[in-house]
Ligand binder design. Structure first.
Ligand SMILES: Cc1ncc(COP(=O)(O)O)c(C=O)c1O
Length: 383
């Protein structure tokens, strides 16, 4: 690996074992899984094995999952399903801090089809008011779409309670679980949630691959129509190598989770405590909320994130200010804006996101470099 990579919420490096599992499907095993001959059967079996691996990680039955091109497609598909489930229902509830792959299709439904989209606010810690959610649900609410873990802050929401509220009111429930999957145990089948989106590249699998969990009996309209692949749920010849890699990535995540989860928790807490102890004007965003073990969102007062990122990049350390899809943009993200992070802090925000390959040595090097970069930025030397 070149340098120290701590931007794992943007994407993760491919696990070498995932690469090994994929290689035969990029070479000899090239058959179309829909073909009736042995070449097709070989890849068809590989798809089904991968589906089982993903299902084991997610705690659901393999037939409740179909493969997609990633988290974006899963999120769009779930919203599409809700929109078609009962076109008379034109109210959708989501939150101000969702990923653009939820917010943008919702805006499209509002602008083109007159849907009423209600985006719930969050508190200073990125927490959600579930009483407010309960009050917001109406007889014409088509869906509630709320993420499991936020990609910028790692803040977790209580899907048990969110889903239970939806059930009580007979409202479809979708959750973007792209950042949570593979980092914490999940029992999708036991959650009162109808649709769950996943992305392979956030858990050391390849990019351009993911899955959507659909509860048995939940309304479904394919987003991509054509031939009958994926049991009629998603047309198009499957990305076999990607899917095989995703399956292996899920198996490895499942195996490593008991060791990784507490280890990253400790690394994250150690980094945050040291920064708070050694520097003035530091704020850990979402600190009082339950969070993913790998994510730390840190604001440094009177600093510029762009300068800190550049300074660290020059030392071979990759960190971002916020989501990768917005990282060229220096304005505070919609997530930090929704959390009302004070003006003097918000422009100096960094997201540190670790993976199971992150070591203590790396976080210690980051700590030293970060403290120096902040001090330099504050004394104007980096200007
Ligand atoms: C929370 C969340 N949802 C959805 C996505 C989109 O996933 P993909 O890149 O696989 O389309 C991302 C990726 O950044 C994400 O962090």
């Amino acid at each position: 690996m070149r340098g120290i990579y701590l931007d794992n919420n943007a994407t993760t490096p491919l696990d070498p074992q995932v690469r090994e599992a994929m290689l035969p499907y990029l070479t000899d095993r090239f058959g179309n899984p829909s073909s009736g001959h042995r070449f097709g059967e070989e890849t068809r079996l590989a798809l089904e094995q991968a589906r089982e691996q993903v299902a084991t990680l997610m705690g659901c039955a393999p037939e409740q999952l179909f493969f997609t091109s990633g988290g974006t497609e899963g999120n769009n598909t779930a919203i599409w399903c809700a929109a078609w489930a009962d076109p008379r229902k034109r109210h959708i509830i989501s939150s101000a801090v969702e990923h653009p792959s939820v917010l943008v299709p919702l805006r499209f439904l509002a602008e083109r089809f007159g849907y009423e989209i209600e985006l719930l606010p969050v508190d200073h810690d990125g927490g959600l008011d579930l009483d407010q959610l309960a009050r917001a649900m109406r007889p014409d609410t088509a869906m509630v779409s709320l993420m499991a873990a936020n990609n910028e802050t790692g803040v977790l929401w209580d899907l048990e309670r969110i889903g239970a509220l939806c059930r009580k009111k007979g409202v479809l429930c979708h959750s973007d679980m792209v950042q949570r999957a593979g980092k914490m145990p999940t029992q999708a089948d036991a959650l009162p949630v109808d649709y769950i989106s996943l992305a392979s590249h956030k858990l050391h699998g390849p990019k351009g691959c993911g899955a959507l969990f659909v509860r048995r009996g939940a309304p479904f309209t394919p987003f991509i129509m054509g031939s009958g692949q994926e049991n009629g749920r998603r047309a198009g010849t499957e990305n076999v190598a990607g899917i095989v890699g995703f399956g292996m990535a899920c198996e490895l995540a499942m195996q490593s989770m008991p060791e990784t989860e507490p280890r990253l928790h400790a690394l994250r807490d150690g980094l945050e405590s040291a920064l708070l102890a050694d520097l003035a004007g530091v704020r850990i965003n979402g600190r009082n909320a339950p969070r993913l073990p790998n994510t730390s969102n840190i604001s440094f007062e009177h600093c510029s994130s762009a300068m800190l990122i550049q300074e660290l990049d020059e030392q071979g350390m990759a960190i971002s200010a916020h989501a990768a899809c917005q990282s060229g943009d220096l304005d505070p993200s919609h997530v930090l804006t929704a959390m009302a992070i004070p003006e003097t802090f918000v422009h100096g925000t960094l997201r540190v996101s670790m993976s199971r390959f992150t070591t203590r040595e790396e976080t210690e090097l980051l700590l030293t470099a970060l403290k120096a970069a902040v001090q330099k930025a504050r004394t104007g030397l980096a200007l």
